[in-house]
Design a protein around this ligand. Structure first.
Ligand code: FMN
Length: 192
């Protein structure tokens, strides 16, 4: 890809130091260190989005920003906490808003790599929620990266107080995902 790739991250909760948001920002930081332009829609920005109404044409500035960022993105990173064994309402609301991309020449996540991450308090919910996210991305024509990451925020405690990654195995998984996003951006853009 000749120009600077644009990677958009969506993920977080309203909890201060949300581990879900740290998952997205960790991958975005690696992408940025390799020259990508990155933008994060974390818990605060996502919580400011109204409940998506497909039958109401007015959009807030925050909604327009998210839709436009994904429209222009070459790659996307999405992280959700596992809430009751599934994707949280906050994340699903943001994803549902992308219905506004339906009529685009490149609808939804079409032809773009999407890295998926989950933060759960247990092992079972992490795997189930990651599989659910993959199903959503497939439905929206995206290409989930081969590397999907589910952390156990209670047992693994992957982040230090300052938000840096403590666990070298998880750090390696972030690297792998960022690399696969880069490969996906280049490879899929060749087919345009
Ligand atoms: C409403 C709610 C439902 C939850 N449901 C589950 C669950 O079913 N399984 C699980 O392992 N953790 C569950 N958790 C725990 C969160 O997934 C976990 O604490 C996660 O790391 C929170 O992410 P955060 O640090 O970004 O806030 C739940 C938490 C909340 C608030």
């Amino acid at each position: 890809m000749a120009r600077q790739p644009r990677i958009v991250g969506i993920g977080g909760t309203q909890r201060p130091r949300s581990s879900t948001e740290l998952l997205v920002s960790s991958v975005l930081d690696i992408c940025a260190s390799h020259g990508a332009h990155v933008e994060l829609f974390g818990g605060e920005r996502l919580a400011a989005l109204p409940h998506f109404d497909p039958y109401q044409p007015e959009r807030t500035e925050g909604e327009k920003e998210l839709v436009e960022a994904v429209r222009r993105a070459d790659g996307i990173v999405i992280a959700s906490p596992s809430y009751h064994g599934g994707v949280s309402g906050l994340i699903k609301n943001a994803i549902d808003l992308l219905e506004d991309l339906r009529e685009d020449e490149r609808p939804y996540f079409d032809g773009r790599p999407v890295g998926l991450l989950v933060s759960a308090a247990g092992w079972q919910a992490g795997g189930v929620t990651l599989a659910a996210l993959r199903g959503i991305i497939h439905a929206m024509r995206g290409w989930p990266t081969p590397m999907g990451i589910a952390i156990n925020s209670i047992e693994q405690k992957p982040f230090a107080e300052d938000g840096s990654v403590r666990d070298p195995q998880i750090a390696a998984q972030f690297d792998a995902m960022a690399k696969q996003l880069a490969i996906g951006c280049v490879g899929l853009s060749r087919m345009d």
